[in-house]
Design a protein around this ligand. Sequence first.
Ligand SMILES: *[C@@H]1O[C@H](CO)[C@@H](O)[C@H](O)[C@H]1NC(C)=O
Ligand SMILES: *[C@@H]1O[C@H](CO)[C@@H](O)[C@H](O)[C@H]1NC(C)=O
Ligand SMILES: [Zn+2]
Length: 428
Amino acid sequence: MGDTFTCLLALALLHVALGAAVGQTDGRIRYDNYAVYKVKYESLGQRNLLRQLAEDRENFRLWHEAKDELHVMVSPSGLAEFQAEVLQANATAKIFIPNVQELIDIETTENARATSEDFGWKKYNSLAEIEAWLDDILARYPVITEGFVLGQSYENRTIRGLKISYKSGNPGVFIESNIHAREWITSATATWLIHQFLTSEDPLVRTLAESHDWYIVPVLNVDGFVYTHEKDRMWRKTRQPSAISSCIGVDPNRNYDSHWMENDGASSNPCAENYGGPRAFSEPEIQAMSDFVGSIKTKLNVMLAFHSYSQLLLSPYGHTDEEFPDNYDDLMEVAKAYGDAVEAFPYGTVYRYGSAAGILYTASGATNDWAYNEQGIEISYTIEFRDTGRYGFVLPPVHIVPNAEETLIGLIALLDKCKSLGYLNLKY
Ligand SMILES: *[C@@H]1O[C@H](CO)[C@@H](O)[C@H](O)[C@H]1NC(C)=O
Ligand SMILES: *[C@@H]1O[C@H](CO)[C@@H](O)[C@H](O)[C@H]1NC(C)=O
Ligand SMILES: [Zn+2]
């Protein structure tokens, strides 16, 4: 009885604290004076100290993690604790976004300014806008395009994809995008690529478009994506509630049944941003992806999973940095081709590459590992788009077209290299 009361009281207090920490107007969560810090460290001990901090969702949220640094969003009320922890860990912290809400407000204004225009890439489109645009494309290009359905999300939304095929006998490229809800640049880029494949008159783009079969899912995490547009711009996970916690959602990119939860590659804490879920494939979106890709795997030569941010190409493995895939050298050569092409492009954007666990940290149950390990797709990457932290997830819309253009240039180089290394031969 006493315990129950204490527990209820604690819950009530927690609600008050949450309501106060996260201001709300018009139902949207606000991030006034939430700052993002880049924390540098050297030892594993320092990292673990700081990482613990990031699991306290109320005041700290992990934005990015690498071998030698973390990017953490800190609430105004968590600032003192954050500074004390950084000091205790002997690490150094540098602020690079002083007020997250300011970036969100600018983005909201830009999006509103552009809504009167047709579907385009001067703004970030909503799921409804993307789906209407897909319908329009299917009506306009009935021979070349074909819609497909992956399945239903937890909230019963239909997860849709588009296949583009100009002729039979092409190798297949699958593009998974917006598995992480707040990474809006990914669906913006995926839709821009679709537009180019259908309309570009550039001979290089025509060859690219017409000599591959494209399977493109612009928004995989549909529930999370809608949630970022309507409630919380910084949401990452799915929206399925947990049976053991009041925290909602699973990190879908840790939920595939491939070395699931191995080597601390995901968190078992439902409140963590990288919660792996109660079991592999617990998320209907990921089960749907698995069923669909499994049904066409002999047609697929390449798997690309679009993410942001960091400007990285990550190959398998994610679950360990002690072993490397058999064709690791080829994977690195292909990644280098992408990076070189992007850097040589006028924007000069620099991409780094390596295995996910080698370059960042262990992350198990991700799309690229699952495609490689379980589906026999030998060319498989996570691509982390712009930027390196100046804007992070709230990348201004003015970056959409440049990011997409350099992705296209990178893809041409990547697939050319795959072809010359013999990875585009038909498997069926
Ligand atoms: C930080 O430095 C102090 C003094 O040099 C040392 O005692 C302590 O163990 C260090 N802490 C960490 C987490 O490295
Ligand atoms: C989804 O649809 C099913 C079947 O109609 C229903 O039982 C379920 O409650 C719905 N889920 C949500 C979250 O709306
Ligand atoms: Zn991501």
